[in-house]
Design a protein around this ligand. Structure first.
Ligand code: ADP
Ligand code: MG
Length: 248
């Protein structure tokens, strides 16, 4: 594996009349916990979807673990786990059945699958819910289940697109601990979030995206001191302004 887990070069994505990603260049090191921040519609999800091979870029390239996402998508898929922004679980299956299905798709052996399923349900506080249909879960529980589905195969690189959205503080703290554990295991993590305290506490480095462009890059400490403000939220507002963006 190359030294950088992720190398993004001159990445552009245009949708009809919108430039969603506007010439982004970025490298993420192996083992780094990288936060991708930006207002609604900034282009965060589009970048993640390109890195995961879910959509094609208009131009530019992305290399994940040494593999080009466009030329070697299957190699990339073996390395990554993705928790997409829209929560997707099978409502008629139980939590455990959802996980087993994903484990089978990854061709995991049943012993390993069972051990990881048990461990992840425990960490996500879902052990007592494992045999309930996922359709009956609360929004936060579905979100935690979708994190388990994303990571059941123990990927080296994880893309987590707003994993803590709409969670209560207890769930959010459980997910934070979980993300910290991933980091301690040496995993590379790309995280998007609108919770600035979350990014400030968890991330090694932050990239702020606005209108498809990377407008700031650095550790939370460096961004805060360079902008002469007291926290990351102030950095964010200073750089992206106060105008309200529409949800996309
Ligand atoms: N499939 C699509 N078709 C057309 N426009 C899209 C599509 N996906 C995203 N966009 C547009 O691209 C821009 C970036 O969206 P997105 O990456 O979802 O932003 P973020 O995740 O930062 O909120 C927005 O203007 C959005 O409307
Ligand atoms: Mg998004």
């Amino acid at each position: 594996m190359s030294e950088s887990a992720i190398i993004i070069e001159d990445l552009v994505k245009k949708f009809e009349d919108v430039i969603a990603v506007d010439d982004v260049n970025l490298q993420v090191a192996n083992g780094e916990l990288f936060g991708l921040l930006g207002p609604n519609g900034a282009g965060k999800t589009t970048i993640i979807n390109i890195l995961c091979g879910l959509i094609k870029p208009t131009s530019g390239s992305a290399i994940i673990g040494g593999y080009d996402v466009q030329n070697e998508p299957m190699k990339v898929k073996e390395l990554i786990g993705v928790c997409i922004q829209e929560t997707a679980v099978y409502p008629y299956l139980t939590g455990a059945e959802n996980v087993n299905l994903f484990g089978d798709l990854h061709v995991m052996d049943s012993e390993t699958l069972k051990a990881r399923r048990t461990m992840l349900f425990e960490k996500m506080g879902l052990t007592s819910e494992a045999k309930r249909r996922a359709g009956k879960y609360s929004g936060g529980m579905k979100r935690r289940l979708s994190l388990i589905l994303a990571l059941i195969h123990n990927p080296q690189i994880a893309f987590l697109d707003e994993p803590t959205v709409a969670m209560d503080p207890q769930s959010r703290h459980a997910v934070w601990d979980f993300i910290k554990d991933l980091k301690n295991e040496g995993k590379t993590i790309i995280l998007t979030t609108h919770y600035m305290e979350e990014a400030e506490e968890l991330c090694d480095r932050i990239g702020i995206i606005d209108h498809g462009k990377l407008i700031a890059l650095g550790s939370p400490k460096v961004l805060i001191s360079n902008n002469l403000v007291k926290n990351l939220e102030d950095v964010f507002i200073k750089l992206t302004g106060r105008k309200i963006r529409e949800e996309v």
